[in-house]
Design a binder for this molecule. Structure first.
Ligand SMILES: Cc1cc2nc3c(=O)[nH]c(=O)nc-3n(C[C@H](O)[C@H](O)[C@H](O)COP(=O)(O)OP(=O)(O)OC[C@H]3O[C@@H](n4cnc5c(N)ncnc54)[C@H](O)[C@@H]3O)c2cc1C
Length: 397
């Protein structure tokens, strides 16, 4: 019998796509254990899986939204903490740098690139604070808490109102969830400090004409009503240009007084993809085929926010959210196994239309379109489904 060489598979990125890819690859290879041994390496620049979708939580409270990667994979996976700088696909080798600046190279047979995206930030002269990282979330929390304490001492009603007003700019899922959570927790603090909680004003600035343009108008309206009930006012077709010393300037020339401006402007391709050594689209996403193989790079696959993935049947480009990332990861396990065995690989299929929104603690909304029907869950049930999606994407279920 011919001995079959063991394989080294490296997954770069311990975000939603990466950890689910590790899980799927391990599952696939368990079934093949007698034929092949697999050395599975997970590389991330951080020692933890960062639960990005919960970034609004540290902006309001103490919740830890990181999970050590070694806790997620206590055995069977080697973890390397390093920043990958280059993929030399001709040599099947990657270059990386650890936290101390030491450079290293690692050889692979198969590589999965899942380095995600970055949060879009306003220009520095636009002021305000972008909800872009853990550090930024903590600073946002410090800022509104300082404002509300200041409001207790403030004699001028106008200035007190300014200190109790927050602008959330960008009304995607992140802006909706952040504004609902801020409204709830700032009101709670206001009560504790003896302030009138109804004076807390959260203004959500939406550049579009309605909320949730990806779904039906009635869902956008329902979301808006739920936000209103939480104490969030949505301003449609409204662009914020700048926040400076408590004054917000809008594109229509209006100004408004605010204590804090939080930007939630969506995502951009990871800038490191420009120099990683793989082909990218003009927008900056990795070019892959219908089975996530990177064009012209043998043994390299890419999934999640960093790749441009198209359903070959419908021609639609996959969204950049956790549900797409986790579904791609599950399929990638089967693709790798088929590629190794020389079998046809399963092609990408778009994920069902399904969206979840948290609307403050224990409140949520879920919308999906099935069998020609709009199905909506609200309230506690909506929140339970929301929580389930967060937890399962982070392998907590
Ligand atoms: C504030 C916010 C709210 C969001 N809300 C939602 C939501 O409600 N629902 C939803 O479905 N999606 C939401 N998203 C989008 C969702 O977070 C992404 O679609 C998802 O994180 C994509 O997963 P990923 O694994 O591709 O990338 P990421 O989760 O970004 O993971 C990438 C990983 O790669 C690592 N990495 C990056 N560069 C390197 C490098 N050079 N070397 C080594 N490691 C590297 C990073 O440290 C990270 O761990 C939100 C995103 C943000 C920022």
């Amino acid at each position: 019998m011919v001995a079959i060489k063991g394989l080294t598979c490296i997954v770069i990125g311990g975000g939603y796509a990466g950890i689910n890819a590790v899980k799927a690859i391990r599952k696939t290879f368990k079934g093949q254990a007698s034929k092949r041994t697999l050395r599975l390496i997970l590389i991330d620049k951080n020692p933890y899986h960062f639960r990005k979708v919960l970034l609004f939580k540290p902006a309001v409270g103490d919740e830890d939204i990181t999970i050590p990667l070694t806790r997620l994979f206590p055995e069977g996976v080697e973890f390397v903490q390093a920043t990958v700088t280059k993929i030399e696909s001709g040599e099947r080798r990657l270059l990386c740098q650890d936290a101390e600046g030491n450079k290293n190279s690692i050889k692979y047979d198969f590589l999965v690139l899942a380095v995600g995206s970055v949060v879009r930030q306003p220009d520095p002269d636009q002021g305000g604070m972008a909800l872009a990282s853990l550090d930024a979330a903590w600073k946002i929390r410090e800022a509104w808490r300082a404002n509300i304490k200041e409001a207790v001492k403030e004699k001028s009603a106008k200035e007190r109102q300014r200190l109790m007003t927050i602008a959330v700019v960008g009304a995607g899922i992140s802006g909706i969830e952040t504004s609902a959570e801020l409204a709830y927790f700032i009101r709670e603090d206001a009560v504790l400090l003896g302030l009138d909680p109804s004076a807390v004003r959260i203004k959500l600035f939406n550049a579009n004409k309605r909320l949730f343009p990806a779904g039906p108008a009635k869902v956008g309206l329902k979301l808006e009503r739920s936000l209103d009930a939480c104490g969030v006012t949505t301003l449609h077709g409204s662009r914020v240009l700048q926040e400076k010393e408590g004054a917000l300037t809008l594109s229509n020339g209006e100004t408004m007084s605010v204590g804090l401006c939080v930007w939630t402007l969506g995502l951009l391709p990871n800038p490191m993809l420009q120099s990683i050594g793989l082909p990218i689209t003009p927008e900056g996403y990795v070019i892959v085929d219908a089975s996530y193989r990177v064009q012209g790079a043998q043994g390299v696959y890419s999934i999640g926010d960093c790749a441009r993935i198209v359903d070959p049947a419908s021609g639609r480009v996959d969204g950049k959210t956790c549900k797409e990332a986790t579904a791609q990861a599950a399929r990638l396990g089967k693709i790798l196994s088929a590629d190794i065995a020389g079998h046809p690989t399963p092609p990408h299929k778009e994920f069902i239309y399904f969206f979840c929104f948290a609307l403050g603690p224990e409140q949520g909304m879920v919308w999906t379109h099935q069998w020609g029907l709009d199905i909506i869950f609200t309230g506690k049930l909506g929140w339970r489904i929301r929580k389930f999606t967060w937890d399962s994407a982070s392998l907590l279920k």
